[in-house]
Design a protein around this ligand. Structure first.
Ligand SMILES: [Zn+2]
Length: 149
């Protein structure tokens, strides 16, 4: 296949905004041209084979079984409190639509990569409770009394 580049302005690559230049670095994802079409299922199984992060919109999410492929839902506690920590927005790997327009996407990480990228919600809760227990005002006063004596 021959590629034909048409300059948008006088020179090739001139006149593009910063965002357009950044968008050109983005991976195009699943091929949907008539010359190279790939089905969503085959694209997802390619990502699963490479243990990559998968972002899915609420409509495509129901067709993916994460447990069957050793995948877990991406979780990072949101300090802003705007989301529950499970929301991952981006381009849906199934339908190629921005998930923010479809009600918030979900990310899926392979079990082997989970500890490197995510915080286990159960472990995070256990640590938060231990911290809350350690902040007991009575114990704090007792400790300071002991130190001052
Ligand atoms: Zn989708």
């Amino acid at each position: 296949m021959m590629e034909i580049f048409i300059p948008r302005h006088e020179k090739l690559g001139e006149g593009f905004s910063f965002k357009e230049k950044l968008d050109s670095f983005e991976h195009p994802g699943r091929r949907t041209t008539p010359h190279g079409y790939q089905s969503p299922a085959s694209w997802i199984s390619d990502l699963v084979a490479l243990k990559k992060l998968i972002i899915l919109c609420p409509f495509c999410r129901i067709k993916f079984n994460p447990g069957k492929h050793n995948y877990r839902r991406f979780y990072i506690p949101d300090v802003t409190g705007l989301t529950d920590g499970y929301v991952v927005n981006g381009k849906c790997d199934g339908c190629k639509q921005p998930t923010i327009n479809l009600g918030g996407g979900a990310g899926f990480v392979h079990e082997a990569e989970y500890s490197k990228t995510c915080i286990d919600p159960i472990d995070a809760r256990r640590k938060a409770r231990a911290r809350a227990k350690a902040m007991n005002p009575y114990l704090y006063i007792q400790q300071n009394r002991r130190r001052s004596q």
